[in-house]
Every structure is written in structure tokens, then in C-alpha cells.
Design a protein around this ligand. Structure first.
Ligand code: SF4
Length: 237
């Protein structure tokens, strides 16, 4: 196992890229486990509409891999219930709930309505800064982005450099049909808001239902006029 990325980062990364390219799903997670080590890995999950698939795959490889959930204090109550339901059902043993720094919230968003005037500022204190701190103990992380979800995600690689860390995208090649088939094959429960048209689920103030057939992320940071204030929260640069 090669676990110290600081030793020979460029050489290690290019070798890993070559190994990762033909893999996805379980095989890519296994590669990460074998090359990086379970205790150096974390999965960052929103416990949103499609999150159960990656959570199930990671649980199958090692249920003790850390699962980081960003508790922004703006989630739908259904998301918190779903999170706890999935953690129990999949036997995940290392849920890490990460909250914003209270002093930063007090200073920047004392009334909890910063999202109304600055979604970037709100995401910065409730998501980006807490995640950067939470990832410090880990050498690599998994996330559930898929190429089909949005134009901005059409070219995401299987593994990429994220500062001094590696970021694995085990579902990069998966499309909506394959995700749906995996839900069925594993009898995974759906997020309670999916039947109501919520196909990509984040914080409640910044998530709306979308029309059937729309870009699943069209309901994120959407204005009443149908425009999107932004398309990514800032944790994926
Ligand atoms: S998604 Fe919305 S509520 Fe959540 S942290 Fe970002 S701006 Fe704030």
C-alpha cells in the first residue's frame, strides 16, 4: 500500500490514474482502499436523491470508512431522517457530522438568512470551510458526482487531485438508468422527497422540485424566474 501522497505525488498520481481509468463503482472503491487504506479515506455524502448507491458500495467494501455529512442546519428534516435510516440499514459505523464554526456563523450569518443575499457566502461558511477542516485527517475522498448530471460534470475523471488530496469519483460513468437499477437490485430506500420531483437535494432554501426530464440539478439555487444563481456549492473546484 502506498499511503503517503507527499512522498512522490506526481508519480503516484499518474500510476493511480492509469489503474483507475478502466474501473468504476465497487472496483474503483477497492482500488482506493488497497492503495490508500480505509482509515485514510472518507466519503462525503449529502444523503440526497441518489446518495444511497455510493453509500451502499462503500459499505460493501468497508463499513468503517468515514462518511462525512455537512450539517449546514439548512437541510430538509426528511434528509436527516433519511441519513439515519441509511446509516442503520447499511451498517455504516463511522458517520462524521460536521457543523459550521459557530463564531463564523455568528459573525457572518447571525440571522441565518445569508442565503437570501449571498449563496456563495453562505456555502462558504456552512459547507466549504467545514469540509476543508473535516478532510484534514484523510488522504483521499469519495463523492457521488456523475457526468450525466450536468454539463459542468460531463468530463469529471475517475480520480483527480484536490489540493494535496485525491478525489475519487466512483460513479462518474453511471447514468440515471444504472443508478435506478442499482436502487432496485439492492432494494435501497429513496429519499422521501424524490417522489415529489426533487431529483437533486441539498439545503431546503436552495432546492426546488424540477419538471420530469429536466437536468436534475436545475432545481438547485434556482430563482423564481427559472435561472440558477450557481450550479455548484463550492466544495468541488
Ligand atoms: S446550499 Fe443554500 S442554505 Fe445551504 S449552505 Fe449553500 S447557500 Fe446556504
Amino acid at each position: 500500500m502506498m499511503s503517503d501522497l507527499s512522498d512522490r505525488p506526481a508519480k503516484f498520481f499518474s500510476r493511480l490514474q492509469a489503474l483507475a481509468e478502466p474501473l468504476d463503482g465497487l472496483d474503483l472503491i477497492k482500488l482506493a482502499r488497497d492503495e490508500i487504506g480505509s482509515s485514510n479515506l472518507a466519503l462525503v455524502s449529502s444523503f440526497g436523491a441518489e446518495a444511497a448507491v455510493l453509500l451502499a458500495l462503500v459499505a460493501e467494501i468497508d463499513p468503517a470508512i468515514a462518511v462525512i455529512f455537512l450539517e449546514t442546519h439548512k437541510h430538509f428534516p426528511e434528509t436527516i431522517e433519511y441519513r439515519d435510516q441509511l446509516v442503520a440499514r447499511l451498517g455504516l459505523t463511522n458517520l462524521v457530522v460536521v457543523e459550521p464554526e459557530p463564531s463564523q456563523v455568528t459573525a457572518t450569518d447571525p440571522n441565518g438568512i445569508l442565503w437570501r443575499t449571498s449563496v456563495d457566502g453562505c456555502c462558504a461558511i456552512r459547507k466549504v470551510a467545514p469540509l476543508a477542516k473535516a478532510l484534514q485527517p484523510y488522504r483521499a475522498w469519495f463523492n457521488g458526482r456523475k457526468r450525466y448530471q450536468a454539463e459542468t460534470r460531463a468530463a469529471i475523471p475517475k480520480v483527480e487531485l484536490d489540493g494535496s488530496r485525491l478525489k475519487f469519483n466512483p460513479l462518474a460513468e453511471w447514468d440515471r438508468a444504472r443508478i435506478a437499477a442499482e436502487f432496485t437490485r439492492r432494494s435501497l430506500p429513496h429519499h422521501p422527497l424524490v417522489p415529489y420531483g426533487y431529483l437533486s437535494i441539498g439545503c431546503a432554501p436552495c432546492t426546488t422540485a424540477v419538471e420530469p426530464g429536466s437536468d436534475p440539478r436545475a432545481g438547485r439555487w434556482a430563482t423564481p424566474q427559472g435561472q440558477n444563481l450557481k450550479i455548484e456549492c463550492g466544495i468541488h473546484i
